[in-house]
Design a protein around this ligand. Structure first.
Ligand code: GTP
Ligand code: MG
Ligand code: ZN
Length: 296
């Protein structure tokens, strides 16, 4: 055994910069700058990764290896790029505003479908009710609750709903995901997460935008803040899987006339009949259709 392996202990990756990673040893909140050995310089780390590391001094630790990931959340964009956002998470909290930016049903529904396909727990956290009209504040949460999704209305700026969201998140390993400006970092800080130097960049308009992920430990579980996603695309999903990922379509698909019905233009389609009858909400069907019709 090499001498530097003697002191190697498990540590969690808290934040990642361009060529660096901050880690915290299990049971401690002190941050160390992770140093990668020469032969491992290309080892990629993301928040949530578990590593084995040895303290070098008060500020630095040598990262010897990364433990296998139980789950890596990979994001695909319309531009054909992909990026691993977080490792070892078991839930996603989709953060979305009623207004500023306006509610984006297509993105919420695609993220919910993604969680269904990955068999992950998904929560919906709705912000900025104070800027929205009463009708939306009634309608949107009612829709998602009727589909069975845990949905909370919160205001991380005014600290409204923080106990409920703490209860919902604090025993899980959760990634906060959503568009820029919806309140992810405000929520992350309200739940005790720290903004580390270099973690936020000021844009020209003086707006603070998260430029890399950052992890906060709860006594059990953790929470990862992430940069806003402009778009998010499901990949490599069969038509059958996609229809199953829209939970209200599930009991209907076996009733379509054609077994390989894609629920787009086929006759005697139970999904489109439900849409016409009003039991499937148009915005949900539109979200489904946008994904189903997207060129592969
Ligand atoms: N009025 C109102 N403002 C809110 C609410 N939640 C967050 N904000 C404000 O929205 C702005 C953006 O919040 P952030 O927490 O930085 O948003 P973010 O999702 O982290 O954005 P990115 O890091 O760019 O992805 C801040 O000025 C917050 O104070 C809310 O419920 N109501
Ligand atoms: Mg942010
Ligand atoms: Zn059909």
């Amino acid at each position: 055994m090499r001498s530097d392996e003697i002191g190697a202990r498990p540590a969690r990756v808290i934040a990642v910069g361009r060529n660096s990673a901050w880690i915290a040893f299990e049971g401690s909140h002190d941050l160390y700058l992770g140093v990668l050995p020469k032969q491992q310089e290309r080892m990629s780390l993301v928040p949530g990764d578990l590593v084995l590391a040895a303290r070098l001094d008060d500020e630095r630790a040598l990262v010897e290896r990364r433990e296998p990931r139980t789950f890596a959340l990979e994001r695909h964009t319309g531009g054909g790029r992909s990026k691993i956002m977080a490792a070892n998470v078991d839930a996603i909290a989709i953060v979305t505003a009623f207004e500023r930016p306006p509610f984006h049903a297509a993105m919420v529904d695609e993220l919910l479908a993604f969680a269904e396909i990955q068999e992950m727990r998904a929560l919906l956290l709705l912000t900025k009710a104070d800027l929205a009209d009463e009708a939306s504040v009634q309608r949107i949460p009612a829709l998602y609750r009727s589909l069975g999704y845990e949905t909370l209305i919160i205001n991380p700026k005014a600290l409204v709903g923080m106990d409920a969201v703490d209860l919902a998140l604090s025993t899980r390993n959760t990634l906060l995901i959503g568009q820029s400006g919806v309140g992810k970092s405000s929520l992350f800080r309200a739940l005790g997460g720290a903004a580390v130097v270099g973690d936020v960049s000021k844009t020209g308009r003086g707006k603070q935008t998260t430029s890399s992920g950052r992890l906060h430990h709860f006594p059990e579980g953790f929470l990862i803040d992430s940069p806003g996603v402009g778009d998010f695309e499901l990949r490599d999903v069969s038509p059958h899987e996609l229809a199953q990922a829209f939970v209200e379509f599930r009991p209907l698909v076996s009733k379509c006339r054609f077994r390989d019905c894609k629920h787009l233009a086929e006759p005697n389609c139970a999904v489109r009949e439900a849409l016409a009858a009003g039991t499937i909400v148009p915005s949900r069907y539109d979200s489904y259709r946008a994904i189903a019709e997207r060129p592969a």
